[in-house]
Design a protein around this ligand. Structure first.
Ligand code: ADP
Length: 765
């Protein structure tokens, strides 16, 4: 908890005041609307601009009224007052909490249009590719009404499309594409190659997913350059180790530790004295740990599959092969070695950025989600964002039943199947949220054995997934899906056309069943939020067993005795309190990991910003030529004397300097990664790991900057520079011929699954 909590508590009243003020504005806007309804499109587009002075919205009620009339005219939706209220809060830079189905897409587009009218470029950050395109196309008429441009970027967008889209006023794109384009833009050697244009505002849909759950996920740009190979020898040495004797695994199966016996065996097979000696700790020990992680914690066909001679990661929460994902290089190689595959040329990491660092680059961040309140602490701590709760247009009619707790997983499973069958008998649609694909399939099997038809959501693309989720409210439908699947899709009662709406409402609406509580109450609420949309009736119910992960992780050593009934169910206040306690513990653990990891990332992010700035100067000015001629005047004179055109020699100098800057940065990232993985071992008995890490990072970064310039001077002196520029490739200074991007999977905050990063993060404690 931050030191200034008392301060923030005292500030609570401010947001209420803001709330009152916005409500007043919204009410006035509502009254003004009829007056604008008679105006022509052109008049409205002109008048709204008059409400903006010096990039500030001066007449908010008028502004909002015109925006609303435009929405009605272009999209056929007249915004509800609560939506207008949300638009205002977004324009103020808050994260708004708005329940599922309350119309966040429209709210986001209105706010984005509002920002654009004040001269700001907005990135609307969507959950996936499918929604980027869908929302951009759906909202296009509204944005264009005011003469503004809207664009979208998806994974499959071509370069030219991206260039054009990023120059629109409002750009819809998933966060990964924005990050990858940013990374690629940081490899260019002349300004004309830039793909992304500067944006002033990030408006984040499902803000808690991006800003909190996935905050620590690094986006990586890698290039082809043979790296260090993971040796088969280490894999071989580790393959003989036995659990419980040579290594131990912690309770939640996230970390694995060598025992003294295990270390001795490895040392013997590798023929080395000690894994923990200064020379081995940052190199061999790291790779032994990776090999052990690959052996003990990553299970074939659960965490990955082997296909066409290569490893494909399985994204457990979504249940599909994660095309763009790789483990961090060393681990990927370790798993390949374990499976006896060709160890892929360790592509070299050219650059990487976490989602959190990416988002902090925007001068203004705002967002929307159904579950912001529970993320208030993180949003404030990591982004300095406030949360505004927007009331529902119609009161919530969903009934949240108390958890049903069972002693064992088996008993819980039986009870879940029975409950679904029971609900299904009447025709009430049921949506079941599971924790992974294996569980989804087991449940579907059990239900089918009872003759119940089940829609299992394991589609291979977002659009297909959206279609199936959209049908989850059909009469008599049973849908089994993992938690995140189809997020952002509207579930209407009685089908997409709502033909059977009233019949389904009569039966109690959509029933949502959670097969276990999540690591945070927020994730539970995301699932609950799928029922009870727009004042519809609905039901939510979670099942828990005392063998569940969160009970193991959060209840650690506490023993709880229970008197189960014949079905294994326990129902006492004490038990419910205990489950709630376990969840609070896991929430605390996640927050702690986030805070800790952030401290490590922050310094690198600062350094990255310095490199960014330096790159900008080198790209946009003649600084490279000036610096190099000062350091190597003879060579400069020679090039000038040869009559090489001014622009050509400046570009040559630029390419030389940028090459070495990027090269050193890439080295720096790799080196700091190693330091980070071994720091907890190095720092023992000296300073705290974090202080030690910072000390090394600062020193290394200073040296990096110096080395980049020194090397550039050397290259400048050696390389041929003529009318065609600097012949860098001939001198062996080649940029990677191919680059590729990926997200490092398995982030600790997403909860569930096995986590590489948390494994590493937990070493810091
Ligand atoms: P959310 O993202 O908040 O879950 P959506 O943006 O998907 O919700 O909107 C839910 C549904 O409500 C959509 O079908 C949309 O067309 C509809 N909707 C939103 N706002 C309005 C409005 N002001 N009037 C009529 N329908 C609306």
């Amino acid at each position: 908890m931050g030191k200034f909590d008392w301060f923030w508590k005292a500030m609570g009243s401010t947001s209420e005041r803001n709330d009152k003020k916005s409500k007043g504005i919204v009410a006035t806007a509502h009254e003004l609307m009829p007056a604008y309804e008679g105006r022509s499109d052109a008049e409205l587009a002109k008048e709204i601009r008059a409400t903006v002075v010096d990039g500030q919205i001066q007449k908010k009620p008028e502004f909002l009224a015109i925006l609303s009339v435009a929405s009605a005219r272009t999209l056929g939706m007249t915004p509800f007052n609560v939506q207008n209220q949300a638009v205002l809060r977004l324009l103020e830079g808050d994260v708004i909490q708005m329940a599922t189905g309350e119309g966040k897409t429209l709210v986001g587009a209105m706010a984005a249009t509002g920002f654009a009218l004040t001269g700001k470029r907005v990135h609307v950050i969507t959950v996936n590719n499918y929604l980027a395109q869908r929302d951009a196309e759906w909202m296009r008429p509204l944005v264009e009404f005011f003469g503004l441009k809207v664009g979208f970027v998806t994974e499959s967008s071509e370069r030219e499309d991206r260039v054009e889209s990023y120059r629109a006023d409002v750009v819809y794109a998933p966060v990964a594409e924005i990050g990858f384009d940013h990374l690629r833009d940081n490899q260019i050697t002349s300004r004309g190659q830039t793909v992304q244009a500067r944006a002033d505002v990030a408006l984040v849909d499902e803000a808690d997913s991006v800003l909190v759950d996935e905050a620590l996920v690094p986006l990586v740009l890698a290039g082809s350059k043979p790296g260090e190979q993971a040796t088969g020898q280490i894999t071989e040495a580790v393959s003989h180790l036995r659990e419980g004797i040579d290594y131990t695994i912690d309770a939640d199966r996230r970390n694995v530790f060598l025992t003294d016996d295990g270390a001795a065996k490895v040392e013997k097979s590798l023929g080395i004295d000690s894994l923990y000696s200064d020379g081995n700790i940052g190199t061999i020990l790291v790779r032994v740990n990776l090999a052990l992680h690959a052996k003990a914690l990553l299970i074939r066909d659960v965490h990955y599959i082997v296909q066409d001679g290569k490893i494909d990661l399985v994204d457990a929460s979504r249940g599909r092969v994660a095309e763009l994902q790789r483990w961090p290089d060393g681990l990927q190689a370790a798993v390949e070695a374990k499976e006896g595959l060709d160890v892929s040329e360790g592509g070299r990491i050219l650059d990487s950025i976490t989602l959190q660092a990416l988002m902090r680059r925007y001068p203004l961040v705002c967002g929307m989600t159904g579950t912001a309140v529970e993320a208030t602490d993180q949003l404030r701590q990591f982004y300095d964002l406030r949360v505004s709760v927007i009331e529902r247009a119609k009161p919530l009619q969903r009934f949240d039943e108390q958890d049903r707790v069972y002693v064992t997983m088996d008993e819980k499973f039986k009870a879940i199947v029975a409950e679904i069958a029971h609900l299904h008998e009447t025709g009430q649609p049921v949506l079941v949220g599971t924790h992974d694909v294996a569980e989804s399939e087991a449940l579907a099997d059990a239900l089918m054995q009872r003759g119940i038809e089940v829609n299992v959501l394991n589609a291979k693309n977002d659009a297909e997934e959206a279609r199936i989720v959209a049908e989850a409210g059909d009469l008599g439908r049973v849908t089994v899906s993992t938690q995140m699947a189809g997020r952002g899709t509207d579930i209407r009662l009685g089908g997409a056309d709502e033909a059977d709406h009233d019949a389904v409402a009569e039966l109690g609406g959509l029933a949502v069943i959670g097969t276990a509580r999540h690591r945070t109450a927020r994730l539970d609420n995301q699932l609950r939020g799928r029922a009870g949309r727009q004042g519809d009736p609905g039901l939510s119910l979670f099942f828990v067993s005392l063998e569940d992960d969160i009970v193991a992780a959060g209840g650690a050593d506490e023993k709880i005795s229970a008197q189960p009934d014949a079905d294994g169910r326990v129902d006492a206040k004490r038990i419910h309190d205990f489950v709630a306690h376990c969840q609070r513990v896991t929430e605390g653990q996640l927050l702690e990991i986030h805070a800790q990891t952030w401290k490590y990332n922050q310094l690198l992010a600062d350094h990255r910003a310095i490199i960014d700035e330096r790159r900008g100067i080198l790209l946009d000015t003649d600084r490279a030529w000036v610096e190099l001629s000062q350091r190597a005047p003879e060579k400069a004179a020679e090039v000038e004397a040869a009559g090489v055109d001014k622009h050509v020699r400046e570009q040559a100098a630029r390419e030389i300097m940028l090459f070495h800057l990027d090269d050193e940065w890439s080295e720096h990232l790799a080196h700091m990664d190693d330091v980070r993985e071994s720091i907890h071992l190095r720092a023992i008995a000296r300073e705290t790991p974090l202080t030690e890490y910072h000390r090394i990072a600062v020193r290394e970064f200073k040296e990096l900057a110096q080395r980049a310039v020194d090397r550039a001077v050397d290259t400048f002196e050696q390389v041929l520079i003529d009318d065609r520029g600097a012949h860098l490739a001939n001198a062996g200074w080649k940029r990677p011929s191919a680059t590729w991007t990926y997200m490092v999977s398995d982030n600790p905050l997403a909860g569930g699954g096995n986590s590489v990063i948390s494994g590493i993060a937990s070493m810091f404690r």
